[in-house]
Design a protein around this ligand. Sequence first.
Ligand SMILES: [Zn+2]
Length: 284
Amino acid sequence: MEPISEAVKIVSAVNSSLLAPSATTNTRTSQHECRMCADTGYQGWKTPHAGYSMEECIFCECATGQRVLEYWKRKSVAKKQADMEKLFVGACIPAHFRSFTLDSIRQRAVNEPDKKAAIDAVEQWITAGYVEDPATKRYKSGLVLAGDYGRGKTGTMTPAIRHSLEQGKSGLWIEVTDFVGAIQSGYRDGTSLERLEAAQKVDVILLDDLGDKSRDGAETDDRRRIIYQLVNYRHNNGLPMRITTNLNGQQMAAQFGGANCRANHGIVRMGEYGGAQFAPGVSQ
Ligand SMILES: [Zn+2]
């Protein structure tokens, strides 16, 4: 009988220390709310402060551990974002688009029913985390808005990027021409790889204005290779993108090998293709 009553005593001591830690005696365990981590938030001695990566550290499941984990997560996103802004000038949402919300783009498009599908797709992505591809009816985690110049593709995509940033994710917003230019200009000073890697790994990316409709055939090898490395890496690592393009699906396939885009991006047309909707000189 003795061992059982010992066990009961121990259990009741544990319970009282959990319920009222300050009222218990000052044994080593009773000084801490969490006996797993002694209120440090870490299990084990590896911490980011000591130079270990977050993956190497074991964060406790208690409230303190989760607070510590949140702290390091925020810090790592902030660092990613700062690095991004060093590598790409103006890496985030341009001033002109900052005020765009789902409501404001719906307001603007109230007399343009041909934009509804695109706006709905952005809203679906924000609320559900995926987009139903109109052609295949499959759910995709990335989104391509395709349509002619001046249709407002970039503005329509803006709330999706804002949403991700507000969720504490790192983001890169970049026009394809600037992206390719930034990579190519880095060949001389050796920053190309660093830039490419940052774009490959950032949480969210808006690749704005992919393609050039006036080209019938393939892109130049270098330009195509640069874009392919970005698209393919993100595809293989489950990091889909937000893309705006004035190309249709066939042109995208011809210029960039569109299979990867098709695989994990819903492709939603914005407005009609063709001459009637073309509005030269209108900034998107
Ligand atoms: Zn703990």
